[in-house]
Ligand binder design. Structure first.
Ligand SMILES: NC(=O)C1=CN([C@@H]2O[C@H](COP(=O)(O)OP(=O)(O)OC[C@H]3O[C@@H](n4cnc5c(N)ncnc54)[C@H](OP(=O)(O)O)[C@@H]3O)[C@@H](O)[C@H]2O)C=CC1
Ligand SMILES: N[C@@H](C[C@H]1CC(C(=O)O)=NO1)C(=O)O
Length: 327
C-alpha cells in the first residue's frame, strides 16, 4: 500500500529525530520539513530532504497524511497545536503536564470541526511512562506508583530555559534522588514529595548585557517547570555549552509496588536507558503517526492521548499477523 506521507513542523532536536525515524520505517515517506526560519538556514540530516517555510504548510494539506509537531511545549505548541489540528492529522509531544487538560481541549475543538485526528502528549513522559503508570494502577489497585527520571537532559526543561529573556543558550539535567530510589526499591512504599524525588541542574549561556540574578530568578521560579524543585543555575560560555553539553542522554523508570494479598508483594517496572532522548521520543512519535493515520481513516476524530490508542495500531504488522505472534 502507499506509504504514509509525513510532514515535520519545526526542525529542532525532535524534528531531526523524526527525519531519522522515518528512514527506519519502510511504510513511511517524508513529504517535507516546515520551519519558521529561512529554509536555506537548515542543514537536514539527509541533504535531499525537502525543506519549506512554515508559511507554505497550509498549501500542502493535501500532500501530508500526518503532520508531526516538533515545536517546544513552553510556547510553540500552545499556538501551533490548535492551528495545525484544523488542517492536518497531527501528533505532538506536549509535555507541560499541568496544562495537558487545557491543551487537549484547545486541540480537540478544531480537530473535531475539521474531522481530523490529533494525538497529543506522545513520547515517553508523557507517553510510554503514562501508559505504564495506568497499567500498574489498573493491574495492582492496592499499590503505589513511582516515576524517576535521569540523570539526563530534559528537552522540555531545556526548551523552557532557552525561552527565558536573557538566555542565549542552555540545557537542563534532571537528577533523581538515590536515597528516594533506595527507599522505593526496599518495598516500603514511602510517601515522597516532588522535591524529594529529583533536583534540577541548569547550564546557561547569558545573552549580552543580561543579569545573572534576573535569569536565575525566572528559571527557579518558573511554574510547572522548576518551582517545585530544588534547582541550580550555572552560567557557562557558548564554547563550554557546545563542548560539554551537546549529548542528550536520558532515561528513567516507572515502578508499581503493590500487594495482591497481604502475603504477596508484586512489583511491575518499565525502564528506559536512552543515549539520545530526542531520537527515542521521535521514534515514539513516528509509531503513533502510523496509529493516527489508521484512526483518522476509521473516523476517530478529535484530540486523543496515548490512552486512547490500541497498541496494535502502532505496529506495521496486520492484526492477523500480530495475533499469530501473541506469545
Ligand atoms: N513527551 C515527551 O516524552 C517529550 C517531549 N519533548 C518535547 O519536545 C519539545 C521540543 O524539543 P526539542 O526538539 O529539543 O526543542 P528545540 O529547542 O530543539 O526545537 C524547538 C523549536 O525551536 C526551533 N529551533 C530549533 N533549533 C533552532 C535554532 N538553532 N535556532 C532557532 N530556532 C530553532 C524549531 O522551530 P522552527 O524550525 O520553526 O524554527 C523547533 O521546532 C520540548 O519542548 C518538549 O516539550 C521532548 C522530549 C520528550
Ligand atoms: N518530557 C521530558 C521527558 C521526561 C524527562 C523528564 C525530566 O527530566 O523532568 N520528564 O519527562 C523531556 O522533555 O525530556
Amino acid at each position: 500500500s502507499a506509504p504514509i506521507r509525513i510532514g515535520i513542523a519545526g526542525y529542532g532536536n525532535l524534528g531531526r529525530g523524526v527525519e531519522a525515524a522515518i528512514a527506519k520505517n519502510a511504510d513511511m515517506a517524508l513529504v517535507g520539513i516546515y520551519t519558521r526560519r529561512d529554509p536555506s538556514d537548515l542543514v537536514p540530516l539527509n541533504a535531499g530532504a525537502p525543506v519549506f517555510s512554515m508559511d507554505e504548510l497550509a498549501g500542502h494539506a493535501g500532500d501530508v497524511d500526518v503532520l508531526i509537531l516538533c515545536g517546544g511545549s513552553k510556547s510553540d505548541l500552545p499556538e501551533q497545536g490548535p492551528a495545525l489540528a484544523a488542517l492536518f492529522n497531527t501528533v505532538d509531544s506536549f509535555d507541560t503536564h499541568a496544562r495537558i487538560p487545557e491543551y487537549f481541549a484547545s486541540v480537540d475543538a478544531p480537530a473535531q470541526a475539521a474531522r481530523k485526528t490529533a494525538l497529543i502528549s506522545a513520547g515517553w513522559d508523557p507517553g510510554m511512562f503514562s501508559i505504564n503508570r495506568v497499567y500498574g494502577e489498573a493491574l495492582l489497585p492496592d499499590g503505589d506508583t513511582y516515576t524517576f527520571w535521569g540523570r539526563g537532559l530534559s528537552q522540555g526543561h531545556s526548551d523552557a530555559i532557552r525561552r527565558v529573556a536573557g538566555v542565549a543558550g542552555g540545557v537542563q539535567y534532571t537528577l533523581p534522588s538515590e536515597a528516594a530510589i533506595a527507599e522505593v526499591r526496599s518495598g516500603s512504599r514511602p510517601e515522597l514529595s516532588t522535591r524529594q524525588k529529583h533536583t534540577r541542574e541548569c547550564f546557561v549561556v547569558l545573552a549580552e548585557g543580561a543579569s545573572e540574578e534576573a535569569v536565575r530568578a525566572e528559571i527557579v521560579g518558573m511554574p510547572h517547570y522548576f518551582d517545585q524543585y530544588d534547582t541550580t543555575v550555572n552560567f557557562i560560555t557558548a564554547e563550554e555549552l557546545a563542548r560539554d553539553h551537546s549529548a542528550m542522554p536520558h532515561g528513567g523508570f516507572v515502578i508499581r509496588s503493590g500487594n495482591t494479598t497481604d502475603g504477596h508483594a508484586q512489583v511491575v517496572e518499565y525502564s528506559l536507558a536512552l543515549e539520545s532522548n530526542p531520537e527515542f521520543t521521535s521514534s515514539v512519535l513516528v509509531a503513533y503517526a502510523r496509529a493516527v493515520h489508521r484512526m483518522s481513516a476509521s473516523g476517530q476524530f478529535g484530540a486523543k492521548t496515548v490512552f486512547d490508542v490500541a497498541p496494535g495500531l502502532l505496529s506495521p504488522k496486520s492484526a492477523a499477523d500480530l495475533r499469530a505472534e501473541l506469545l
